[in-house]
Write a protein that binds this ligand. Structure first.
Ligand code: NAG
Ligand code: NAG
Ligand code: NAG
Length: 413
C-alpha cells in the first residue's frame, strides 16, 4: 500500500492516510478520530461572509433564537439508525453521511463480511440482513448503524439492531428511477444488443420493450419494481393488491421517514430533525452518482406502460410522497427557512472542498467556519472532512470492513 506513495494522486494518498489514522488512532490508542478543534478560525473565503450575511438577514425575518421545544426535546442524538440503501436514489451520498456519523461517534456499522467479489458491498444480495453475512462484533457490543444494500424484513432487522432503531429509507420518482437504473444496470445496453441482432430501430427500442416487458430476455432485476423489492415486496407479489397494501402499512409502521430523492435537502433536514442531529451531521458534497445522466428518455406512452409494469413502485411513490409532505407540514413554518440556510451552508462547503481538491501544495487549508444559526451550533469543516465526504464508496467500505475484522479478532484474543 505504501509503495503507492510515489505514484498515486494526492487524494489517494490522503485517503490512505485517513484509513491508517482511523485504524491506528481509533483502535490502538482508543481516542476519537475527528477531535473537534474549538478555536474559532475565520474563513478566508469571501463567499462565506456573503452567505453569512444572507443567513443573518433571514434571522431578522423574525426567527427567534431562544431554544425551541424541539431543541430541548432533542438533547439526545439518535445513534441507532437503519438506512435502507435503495439503488439509484442518491443513497450513496446519504450512506457517506451515516459512515461519517458512525466514525465520529465511534458507532458500530453493520458491515458485509467480504472485501471483494461481485456484490461484496451488499449486506444481503437479494436477501435481508443475517448474522452469518456480517462482520461480527466484540462481545457485548451492539450494532448501531446499518447503511448498506440489503432487503428490508421486519423480523430480521429487529433481531440484529437495537429496539430503539429508527428506520429511514429513500425513494425516487419511478420514471426517472427507470431511466437511471436502466442505464446503470445494463438494461438499455441489453436492449441495444437485441435491436442490433434483430434489425430493429434503436430509437424506439425502449418503447418496444415497455409495450411488453415480459417478452424480452434482458436483465430487469434492477428496474422492475426495484424500490418496492428493496423495501420488502416479493417478486410474486408485484401485482398483488393485498400484498402491496400490506407493504405500505408495514413501512408506515416501521419507518420514521422515507425520503424523496427529488427533495434531497428537504429530506435531510427532516431526517436531522427526526434523529435530533445537528447540521454538521448532515453536510455532504454531492457524489458523482447523483449527477450521472441517463442514456435514454421516456415518452408519455412509455410512462403509461411503465405505470403498469412498475405498478408497485408507483403505488409506493404516490403513498410516500403524501406521507413526506404531511411530515414537512407538521414541522411548522421555520422548516423551509432551515432548508434555505442548509443549502447556503452546503454551497460554502462544496466550494471549500473544491479548493481542497484543487490545492496541490500538500499543506492543509484552514478549516471553514460555519456560524451558529437558530437550528444548529457553530461548526467547522476541515480539508480532512472534505476527503472523507468525497471518498469513493467502495475503497472506504473496504477499509471499514478490514478495521471491523481487526477489532473483532483482537477483542476475541
Ligand atoms: C455485558 O452487558 C451486561 C448488560 O449490559 C453487563 O451487565 C455486563 O457486565 C457486560 N459484560 C461485559 C463483559 O462487558
Ligand atoms: C436469455 O439470455 C441468456 C444470456 O444472454 C441466455 O443464456 C439464455 O439462453 C436466454 N434465454 C432465452 C429463453 O432465450
Ligand atoms: C395475494 O396475496 C394474498 C395474501 O398473501 C393471497 O392470499 C392471494 O392468494 C394473492 N393473490 C394472488 C393472485 O396471488
Amino acid at each position: 500500500m505504501l509503495t503507492c506513495f510515489g505514484l498515486c494522486s494526492l487524494k489517494q494518498k490522503l485517503l490512505i492516510l485517513i484509513c491508517l489514522s482511523i485504524s491506528s488512532l481509533w483502535f490502538i490508542l482508543q481516542i476519537p478520530i475527528y477531535e473537534p478543534q474549538f478555536q474559532r478560525i475565520n474563513s478566508t473565503f469571501s463567499s462565506a461572509s456573503s452567505c453569512r450575511d444572507a443567513l443573518h438577514s433571514s434571522r431578522k425575518d423574525g426567527v427567534e433564537r431562544t431554544p425551541t421545544a424541539r431543541q430541548i426535546y432533542c438533547s439526545m442524538k439518535k445513534n441507532h439508525v437503519a438506512f435502507l440503501k435503495v439503488h439509484k436514489a442518491g443513497s450513496t451520498t446519504i450512506m457517506n453521511i451515516f459512515i461519517r456519523f458512525a466514525i465520529q461517534n465511534k458507532l458500530n456499522i453493520v458491515l458485509p463480511k467480504r472485501t471483494s467479489g461481485y456484490g461484496f458491498n451488499y449486506i444481503g444480495y437479494e436477501d435481508t440482513v443475517r448474522l452469518k453475512n456480517i462482520v461480527p462484533l466484540p462481545y457485548n457490543e451492539t450494532y448501531d448503524i446499518l447503511c448498506n444494500h440489503v432487503l428490508y424484513e421486519r423480523e430480521a432487522f429487529q433481531s440484529i439492531l437495537p429496539k430503539d432503531t429508527v428506520n429511514i429509507g429513500i425513494i425516487r420518482e419511478p420514471s426517472s428511477h427507470m431511466m437511471s437504473a436502466g442505464t446503470y444496470y445494463g438494461l438499455y445496453h441489453g436492449l441495444l444488443k437485441h435491436a442490433a441482432a434483430m434489425g430493429l430501430s434503436k430509437a424506439n427500442i425502449v418503447s418496444e420493450f415497455l409495450e411488453n416487458p415480459f417478452h424480452w430476455n434482458v436483465s430487469t432485476a434492477f428496474v422492475h419494481n426495484r424500490m418496492s423489492f428493496d423495501l420488502g415486496l416479493e417478486r410474486e407479489s408485484f401485482y398483488n393488491e393485498t400484498e402491496i397494501e400490506r407493504l405500505l402499512k408495514t413501512l408506515d409502521e416501521d419507518f420514521s421517514l422515507i425520503m424523496l430523492m427529488e427533495y434531497f435537502d428537504e429530506s435531510l433536514v427532516l431526517m436531522k430533525r427526526i434523529l435530533c442531529w445537528e447540521t454538521k451531521d448532515i453536510i455532504y458534497v454531492p457524489l458523482n452518482t447523483l449527477q450521472r445522466g441517463a442514456s435514454f428518455s421516456l415518452k408519455s406512452d412509455d410512462i403509461k406502460n411503465l405505470k403498469k409494469w412498475n405498478y408497485a413502485d408507483y403505488r409506493l411513490y404516490e403513498h410516500f410522497q403524501k406521507v413526506f409532505w404531511d411530515k414537512v407540514h407538521a414541522e411548522g413554518s421555520d422548516f423551509f427557512l432551515e432548508v434555505q440556510e442548509y443549502k447556503l451552508i452546503l454551497k460554502q462547503i462544496k466550494r471549500y472542498c473544491a479548493e481542497v481538491e484543487a490545492d496541490d501544495t500538500n499543506s492543509e487549508l484552514e478549516p471553514l467556519y460555519i456560524s451558529e444559526s437558530p437550528w444548529s451550533k457553530e461548526f467547522q469543516t476541515t480539508s480532512h472532512d472534505c476527503l472523507v465526504m468525497t471518498a469513493d464508496e467502495l475503497p472506504l467500505l473496504r477499509s471499514l470492513i478490514r478495521i471491523a475484522w481487526k477489532r473483532f479478532t483482537s477483542a476475541s484474543k
